[in-house]
Design a protein around this ligand. Sequence first.
Ligand code: NAD
Length: 502
Amino acid sequence: MSKSTNSRDTVAGVAVPTSLFINGAWRQSNGGRLFDVADPATGKVIATVSDADTTDAEEALAAAAQAQQTWGLTSPRERAAILLAAFYAVQAKRHEIAAVITAEMGRPLAESLAEVDYGAEFLRWFAEQTAHVHGDYGPSPSGAFRVVTTKVPVGPSLLITPWNFPLAMGTRKIGAALAAGCTVILKPAAQTPLTAALLVEILADVGVPDGVVNLIPTNDAGGQSKALMNDARLRKVSFTGSTTVGSVLLRQAADHVLKSSMELGGNGPFLVLHDADVDAAVDGAMIAKFRNGGQSCVAANRFIVHKNVADRFTAELADRTAALKVGEGTIAGVGVGPLIDARQRDKVHELVADAVQRGARALCGGSLIEGEGYFYAPTVLADVPSDARINHEEIFGPVAPITVVESDEEAIRLANDTPYGLAAFVYTGDGARAFTVAERLEAGMIGINRGLVSEAGAPFGGIKASGLGREGGHLGIEEYLETKYFALDLTVPSARNEGAAL
Ligand code: NAD
């Protein structure tokens, strides 16, 4: 089957581009290959997308490198105006975009709308940052000359995004890159290329110049990125995804010492201390665990609960979890949609089965749901032994394993017993304890009496095996800027224009 140059498929009533976007034009891949996109709620194909090969990737990089010459010189206000227009355009299409997110990754529609609002905010936030990129001027320590610094765009950037937040992971990178004056090549996850196509179409519509944003969906992510990262015109890779793939990319980046930002996996501990407001902790746990069906890098992975509040917390969490409605994201009242694919659903079940086999008790759920799609019953596990795999691996599913502890010390020790360090959560009624515990948690982001940390105006990122760099907040734009330093000597006479009227 072949497609026309600027093809579209209708998904959830929305006409979505299914081609590549290179140098301002929608077109098919050079090799003419296509790949399918399926709805995880049914397993059925909803669209067929052009599959970029390495020659397409090379053309996208050539376009980005060419456009960099002019985009990097635009004024901050010009870039801000385009980003702000994109913010309003995304908002205006929030229902269409949300419908497509739900169709390609399964999430309940209300959550998809929330992602559109969150994702759009990065465009507004970075529009606001464009005019706040500053340098320094000051004496060298000896006083012999002046130290002057300025910031310049890094250059053409490869942006690789995951499927779990198909809009926001794109805007978080594109917003920062464009604000800094970098051109980009966006490589969305093969499971969710449609939302990315809608975003790129909006960016083109609001006036992003040709070549500044290029889109190359592919089913051969490894081959494509290897080819691009081997090309010296590429100046930056920004990746969000698993730690396994992030490590591969870092090794490839080493060859050309390519500037790299890595937003990787997590294993978020959720601490409920002895003096916590248990109702608030359960509210926070429901968000931290079941948002996106647990398929979030900042999801609570392990619940570490003090023995004094463990019975109540566990019972309330199990009641609320058992009451969650599971189903297609388009059905009203559904709180948990399908997992992204059969592989992910089976992995979640493997982790649950391992924990149960080691002595954990499933208070609700504990099984996959037979039939169409990739659904898993929301699960609470009690008495989870510390050596269970579920305590050490990222679950990425609607399962809450609970471990009971006797002290804050034990809670902190277990929380930090992981190679990851992305998000953590702590619930306590004592403000000082909240900070003394949070300071000792090895994580890049800590929710204190709050189950949601994501925010465009805050620095998002991890420590340890969870990544390098920050996205969003004031630091986000820095990932796409280089600092350039001028050593300025004011004493050299030739610097004066002799005879000129001052
Ligand atoms: P993944 O690593 O399999 O894929 C992420 C992206 O990388 C996709 O676009 C994929 O096509 C691409 N990819 C896969 N293999 C590649 C290779 N060899 N070279 C280049 N690109 C390659 O991850 P996923 O399953 O799509 O996403 C889930 C993971 O992402 C989880 O571990 C989650 O924690 C993490 N994540 C992290 C953040 C964060 O900000 N830290 C945010 C969302 C998701």
